[in-house]
Design a protein around this ligand. Structure first.
Ligand SMILES: Nc1ncnc2c1ncn2[C@@H]1O[C@H](COP(=O)(O)OP(=O)(O)O)[C@@H](O)[C@H]1O
Ligand SMILES: O=C(O)[C@@H](O)C(=O)COP(=O)(O)O
Length: 422
């Protein structure tokens, strides 16, 4: 294995696995596999890039550090020459962490300095300029992310937000330097006295240049965009050939869509889907009172098999706040994540073949419950969302980050999961 990624959630893991497997146009990528948690045994010998999907975005920082170091040990044991810590392109974290503490712990373990911090993902509208993160034409804290149920992002200045999470100072390589190219970026990072350095990027070309500047560096951090140029480095060094992505043959059969994401994009996709297909809204009060559970969701999915059934707990920011006040933020999330996880497990055990999940935490809970082992990366459904499948004949998945995808994402995902690629 050449490149190892530690991802703080499951949708984010499939996002970066997709980037590495695709590589740059005309070059191919690395043979990439996604692992759900730290595997007990070794990876397949063919794997050039391993992405370990953790669920550490919203756990206590100390726990996130322990799990990330464990993933690092496994990746190094597989022979990785370079490690990436992948977090969200909207920098999802709280003033306590977990991005800063995990990045510092990994940097220390790897003896790395001038560590890039770059959540930018221009294809999904996330750009970073003068250390400030934008979503489309809005600053992060005016993009809707300020209402996120678990990690409300109320400051777009990534240096300032990160500085609250760590003890050491935070540096900046501004876009003026980035646009000069890899040599200038490399020099600026080498000169930076700070260990963690926010690096501006407003285009894919900037990200490729940052990747080229860090060829051979032990450690980088960022959104999936940070990996854009990394496969190319290994290909240029002759360590990899530039692989074609694994062929996905399609998994026609029983389908389900589960949505626990409360992000604006997901709510729009649910609204679109509800006009064309059966949907089951989940009453959180009923779940908390034990009046609605796994069997209700399964019965709905079974009754509507073949009709693209969708069940969701997603709610508006005001509704989410009211529910969190009533029951406690963690308790609601745990109850809903558990409900989706158990439903997914029973659905797949019962022969379900196509499963679409919306939401990072939700996907994490579901993927852990399914325990699918090493997953390969199939075609891209929307920027940052690939099909995930295993070599056997088990269900194929699409794990959608809350804010990704067009309005018809769910229909599109089920279609690609069924048909595969020619
Ligand atoms: N109606 C709701 N009220 C409160 N919390 C909710 C509700 N529906 C879902 N949640 C929780 O909110 C969190 C959403 O996070 P996540 O699944 O990561 O979505 P996203 O990808 O949009 O961030 C999950 O932990 C989920 O269980
Ligand atoms: O970088 C991104 O935006 C995604 O890969 C990601 O991590 C999304 O997380 P969720 O919105 O919690 O799904």
């Amino acid at each position: 294995m050449l490149l190892g990624v530690i991802a703080d959630d499951f949708t984010g893991a499939s996002d970066i696995a997709n980037t590495i497997a695709r590589g740059l146009p005309g070059q191919g990528g690395l043979v990439t596999a996604q692992f759900l948690g730290v595997p007990a045994g070794p990876a397949g010998a063919e794997v050039e890039a391993g992405v370990v999907a953790l669920k550490t975005r919203s756990v206590p920082a100390t726990e996130a550090v322990v799990q990330s170091l464990e993933a690092l040990r496994w990746l190094r044991a597989q022979g990785c020459r370079q490690i990436v810590f992948k977090y969200c392109s909207t920098f999802d974290s709280t003033p306590e962490g977990n991005i800063g503490p995990v990045a510092e712990a990994l940097a220390e373990a790897l003896g790395a300095s001038g560590v890039v911090v770059c959540p930018a993902f221009p294809r999904a509208g996330r750009t970073l300029y003068q250390g400030h993160l934008f979503v489309g034409d809005r600053l992060l804290n005016e993009s809707g992310m300020e209402h996120h149920p678990l990690t409300p992002m109320t400051d777009a200045d990534i240096r300032r937000w990160l500085a609250r999470q760590v003890r050491s100072p935070i540096g900046l390589v501004p876009h003026d330097v980035v646009r000069e190219g890899p040599t200038a970026i490399g020099k600026a990072l080498a000169r930076a006295p700070e260990r963690l350095v926010v690096v501006d990027a407003i285009s894919d070309a900037d990200l490729v240049a940052i990747g080229a500047a860090r060829a051979g560096a032990p450690f980088l951090t960022g959104g999936s965009g940070i990996a854009l140029g990394l496969a190319a480095n290994f290909i240029a060094q002759g360590a990899a050939q530039g692989a074609r992505r694994s062929h996905f043959p399609g998994r026609p059969g029983v389908e389900a869509i589960l949505a626990g994401s409360c992000s604006g994009a997901t709510r729009g996709q649910i609204e679109y889907h509800a006009r064309r297909h059966p949907v089951l809204p989940i009453s959180v009060d009923a779940v908390m009172a034990g009046r609605v559970g796994v069997n209700d969701l399964l019965a709905f999915l079974a009754d509507h098999a073949g009709e693209a059934p969708l069940t969701y707990s997603s709610a508006t920011p005001d509704e989410v706040l009211a529910l969190q006040d009533r029951y406690g933020r963690e308790r609601v999330a745990a109850a809903l994540d558990g409900l989706f996880a158990e439903t997914a497990r029973a659905f797949v055990r019962g022969g379900g073949r196509r499963l679409v999940v919306a939401g990072g935490e939700t996907s994490g809970a579901v993927a852990q419950a399914l325990d699918l082992g090493q997953l390969m990366i199939g075609p891209e459904i929307a920027p940052g969302v690939p099909v995930l499948f295993s070599a056997g004949n088990s269900a194929a998945l699409a794990l959608k980050s809350g804010n990704f995808g067009q309005r018809d994402f769910f229909e599109k995902a089920l279609g690609i999961l069924a048909e595969g690629e020619a």
